[in-house]
Design a protein around this ligand. Structure first.
Ligand SMILES: Cc1cc2nc3c(=O)[nH]c(=O)nc-3n(C[C@H](O)[C@H](O)[C@H](O)COP(=O)(O)OP(=O)(O)OC[C@H]3O[C@@H](n4cnc5c(N)ncnc54)[C@H](O)[C@@H]3O)c2cc1C
Length: 461
C-alpha cells in the first residue's frame, strides 16, 4: 500500500515541499495530499506591485493545480489534528468535515498579521498580508481620491488624502513606497487633490526602520522615503484609531481615513488546534531537521514553525519566504528519507544570502553576501531575482510584460471593488424604487459618513 503524505498549507513552504516530493518520490510510492484554503500560492514579495497596479493581481499568484502534477489538492480549511491517531481534520470547501489519515504530516500553515490591543485598530485599519487586503487598499485609495475631489472644504479633504502606515519592516516599507508612487502618479488626474497634495506617514515603534537589514541600507531607504515627502516617525507607536483620525504615542493627532497595519506577523491561529508543542510566540517547536518535538512523523516549516536558525543559534528562523521555501525542499527530502526513498534526514542549514527591498521608481536597497547595493542596480537585481524565483515560465513572461507596460504607460485608476460581487438580478430595480441608486460604480460611502462600515465592506471586496 502507498504511503500517505499530507501537507497542511500550500504557501511557500507547502508548495515547495509538494513539488520536491513529486520529483524525488517514485511515482506510486506515496500519495501526496496538499490541503489549502485557496487554489493558489500567493507570491507575497510582489503584493505591493499588485496593490499599486503595476502588476495584474492574477500574475502574483501561482495556481497550484497548474504547477503540481501528481499532488492531490484538497481545497478546504484545516481545523485541527489528532497526532496520536495520525489524522488531520479538514472542513472541505463544500462544507463537510473529514479526517485525512497520514503516515507523514508536514505543517506549513503560515502566519497572519500580528495585532495589538490598540483601540479602534480592528475596526478601522487594514492589513497588508493577503491579496484581498492589497486590492481593497488600492480600491480604497482610488475611492478616497474620488470622494476628496467632490469636497469643497480642504479641511474635509485632508483625511481622505492622508495615509498612515504602521510598522516599518521591509513589507511595510515596500507597500508604502509602491502605493505612494502609485498615488503620486494618479493624483495628477484629480485637480483639487493635486493642488492640496497628499500626506504619507510611516510609524515605527523601534528607533529605525527595517530592523531586519543593515543599518546603512535602512538609512539609505529612509533618505529615499523622506526625499519623496514621506514622514517617518520612529520610536513612536499607534495609540488609537478612529474613523477619521489616529493618535500617536507622541500625542500627535493625524486626520486620516486610511490606516495600514504592517507591524509583523504571528503564526496562523489554526496551529494552536493541532495538538503540537508551541514556543512562547505560538510557533511549532521543531528540531533542526524540522521534525516536531515529540512526534516522529510530523514536521513543521515556514512562518508557523520555530525551526532553529542556522545563522543565529538559539533563535528561530525569521519568517521569510526565503526560509520557508528552502525548508519546504529540505523537509520533503527528509520525509522521503524517512519513507525509505533514499538519502537521510538532515538538518536545515540555509543562511540568508541576501535581502532586497524594492521601493518602486527604480529604487531599491539590497544585500547579497558581503555586498551592499542601492538605487537602480539594487532595483534591477530585485526584479531579476523575483523573475527567476517565480514558478512557471508563463508567469515569468507575464511579469515581464506587466513591468514593461508600467514603464511605458500610466497606471489605471478604475476602482473595481465590486468585481466578483454582482448585484442580485432584482436589486437594481429595488434600489431605484427606494431612491438609492449608485451610478458611479464606486463602493458607496454611507450618508452619515460612516467610513468604518465602508472600510469593512471594502476589505471583503
Ligand atoms: C507583503 C509581504 C511581502 C513579503 N515580502 C517578502 C520578501 O520580499 N522576501 C521574503 O523572503 N519574504 C517576504 N515575505 C514573507 C513571506 O511571505 C512569508 O515568510 C512566507 O509566505 C511564509 O511561507 P509559509 O509557507 O510559512 O506561509 P504562507 O506562504 O503564508 O502559506 C500558508 C498557506 O496556508 C494556507 N492556510 C492558512 N491557514 C489554513 C487553514 N486553516 N487551512 C488551509 N489552508 C490554510 C494559506 O492560505 C497559505 O496558502 C513577505 C510577506 C508579506 C506579507
Amino acid at each position: 500500500m502507498a504511503w500517505s503524505v499530507v501537507i497542511a498549507g500550500g504557501g511557500f513552504g507547502g508548495y515547495y515541499a509538494a513539488r520536491t516530493l513529486e520529483r524525488i518520490l517514485p511515482a506510486h510510492a506515496a500519495r501526496v495530499t496538499l490541503v489549502n484554503d485557496v487554489n493558489f500560492m500567493l507570491y507575497t514579495p510582489l503584493l505591493p506591485g499588485a496593490a499599486a497596479g503595476t502588476l495584474e493581481p492574477r500574475h502574483v499568484v501561482v495556481p497550484l493545480r497548474e504547477e503540481l502534477d501528481r499532488t492531490d489538492l484538497r481545497l478546504g480549511r484545516v481545523t485541527g489534528a489528532d497526532p496520536d491517531r495520525n489524522v488531520l481534520g479538514v472542513r472541505t470547501i463544500e462544507g463537510h468535515d473529514e479526517e485525512l489519515r497520514y503516515d507523514q504530516l508536514i505543517v506549513a500553515l503560515g502566519s497572519v498579521s500580528r495585532t495589538f490591543p490598540v483601540p479602534g485598530l480592528a475596526e478601522h485599519a487594514i492589513g497588508f498580508k493577503t491579496l484581498p487586503e492589497a486590492i481593497a487598499l488600492r480600491n480604497q485609495i482610488i475611492g478616497h481620491l474620488e470622494r476628496a475631489e467632490t469636497l469643497d472644504d480642504p479641511a474635509a479633504r485632508e483625511g481622505y488624502l492622508t495615509y498612515v502606515f504602521v510598522g516599518a519592516g521591509y513589507a511595510g516599507v515596500e507597500a508604502l513606497a509602491e502605493l505612494q508612487d502609485f498615488m503620486g502618479e494618479i493624483i495628477e488626474l484629480y485637480p483639487r487633490c493635486r493642488t492640496q497634495g497628499m500626506r504619507f506617514v510611516l510609524v515605527e515603534a523601534r528607533d529605525r526602520i527595517m530592523g531586519e537589514i543593515d543599518a546603512d541600507l535602512a538609512a539609505f531607504a529612509a533618505r529615499e522615503l523622506r526625499g519623496r515627502g514621506i514622514e517617518i516617525r520612529t520610536s513612536t507607536t499607534l495609540e488609537e484609531v478612529a474613523a477619521e483620525q489616529v493618535r500617536l504615542s507622541t500625542g500627535e493627532t493625524i486626520p486620516c481615513r486610511c490606516v495600514v497595519w504592517t507591524a509583523g506577523v504571528k503564526p496562523h491561529p489554526t496551529v494552536a488546534n493541532l495538538g503540537l508543542p508551541l514556543d512562547e510566540t505560538g510557533r511549532i517547536r521543531t528540531s533542526t531537521a524540522m521534525r516536531v518535538v515529540g512526534h516522529r512523523n510530523v514536521w513543521a516549516i515556514g512562518d508557523a514553525a520555530a525551526v532553529p536558525d542556522p545563522a543565529h543559534p538559539g533563535r528561530p528562523s525569521p519568517p521569510t519566504a526565503q526560509h520557508a521555501l528552502r525548508q519546504g525542499r529540505r523537509v520533503a527530502q527528509n520525509v522521503a528519507a524517512e519513507l525509505g526513498a533514499g538519502g537521510r534526514v538532515r538538518p536545515f542549514t540555509y543562511k540568508t544570502l541576501g535581502a532586497f527591498v524594492d521601493m518602486g521608481r527604480c529604487q531599491a536597497v539590497a544585500r547579497t553576501g558581503p555586498f551592499k547595493w542601492r538605487g537602480f542596480p539594487a532595483w534591477l537585481m530585485a526584479r531579476t531575482y523575483h523573475l527567476a524565483l517565480m514558478p512557471g515560465v508563463k508567469r515569468r513572461y507575464r511579469l515581464l510584460v506587466d513591468w514593461n507596460v508600467d514603464l511605458l504607460f500610466p497606471r489605471d485608476t478604475s476602482e473595481l471593488g465590486q468585481l466578483g460581487h454582482p448585484e442580485r438580478l432584482d436589486e437594481g430595480f429595488q434600489a431605484m424604487t427606494a431612491g438609492g441608486t449608485s451610478t458611479d460604480g464606486l463602493t458607496p460611502e454611507t450618508a452619515d459618513g460612516d467610513a468604518a462600515a465602508t472600510r469593512a465592506r471594502d476589505r471583503t471586496a
